[in-house]
Design a protein around this ligand. Structure first.
Ligand SMILES: Cc1ncc(C[n+]2csc(CCOP(=O)(O)OP(=O)(O)O)c2C)c(N)n1
Length: 279
């Protein structure tokens, strides 16, 4: 694991769920035999995005809400390199929700890991679209007035090929989930429930430990129901996987029979004549 460690100090609050997610991703990569130079890890903007400073390897820290689109581009350009994207619930269910829709629908071959802490952490605890109605948040001190988006129902409505849920308090389970997600051919959606002791007063470590239970993969409809119904208990594990669904690239007629990678083909384009026009 030390291959992935770097000397920068973490700036997360004490008790932040990001520490558990960081440990799980390092373990998953090591157990899959992926060295830091063999994988691309992309980050959205937010507390979770500061993980970019604490990992050694090829990293890309993009604009807020844009991690899925830039990761999908990388995955399409070079399918030989596994691409893992981290995003917050603020970024991915507000600013970047359109990108999530089309990445699932298109089944790009990449892993998306949602740090679901139920709020905009980095900017000090504003409500996200996943914050339960009525919670008192920064900028909504009397309580939020909007219904939260039902993220799991929404994801299932887009016909995903892989959906999992974990939480930061069960690192061995989360490690296995992440390994399956990275191994999956297609868009892997991993919802990680994350405690945020500083700004989220409705989901604590104790709450997650008490409510979460482990389950095996299910058929589509059963998985959807289990994912959505969190009233009594919260189902965790790989909830649904379709191993037969082709990825976006696999389906492109124009790429059939071509062994080279887009990233190499692009390198061969001579743009000097075009540039000369502007000099
Ligand atoms: C387009 C855009 N909108 C808003 C911001 C300001 N901003 C930066 S981080 C952040 C909160 C991030 O919250 P979330 O995505 O949930 O991640 P977390 O910090 O909770 O991990 C916001 C609103 C920004 N940088 N760019």
């Amino acid at each position: 694991m030390k291959d992935y460690n770097c000397k920068n100090q973490c700036t997360w609050c004490d008790g932040c769920g990001n520490y558990g997610i960081l440990t799980a991703i390092k373990r998953a990569l090591i157990e899959l035999g992926l060295a830091p130079h063999q994988v691309l890890i992309c980050f959205d903007v937010g507390c979770h995005g500061n993980m970019s400073d604490t990992l050694v390897g090829y990293r890309f820290h993009g604009l807020h809400g844009r991690v899925i689109s830039l990761s999908a581009g990388a995955a399409l350009a070079n399918p030989d390199v596994p691409v893992i994207a981290f995003g917050g619930d603020g970024a991915c269910f507000s600013e970047g929700v359109g990108h999530l829709v089309h990445a699932i629908r298109s089944n790009y071959n990449m892993t998306f890991i949602l740090h679901n802490n139920g709020n905009y952490g980095l900017t000090t605890g504003q409500a996200s679209s996943l914050t339960p109605r009525g919670e008192k948040m920064d900028m909504a001190p009397l309580g939020t007035v909007e219904e939260p988006l039902n993220s799991m129902d929404f994801v299932f409505s887009l016909n995903p090929s892989f959906v999992a849920r974990g939480f930061n308090g069960n690192i061995s389970q989360l490690t296995n989930i992440l390994k399956s997600a990275i191994y999956h051919q297609g868009f892997s959606y991993v919802d990680v429930l994350q405690a945020c002791p500083t700004y989220n007063k409705f989901v604590s470590h104790e709450y997650l430990l008490e409510k979460c239970y482990e389950c095996e993969p299910m058929n589509f409809e059963t998985a959807r129901k289990a994912a959505v119904d969190t009233s009594e208990k919260i189902a965790t594990g790989v909830l649904y996987q379709d191993k037969t669904r082709p990825t976006f690239l696999d389906q492109l007629e124009a790429r059939k029979g071509i062994d080279s990678r887009l990233v190499d083909e692009v390198k061969k384009v001579d743009v000097s004549a075009l540039l000369a026009k502007f000099s």
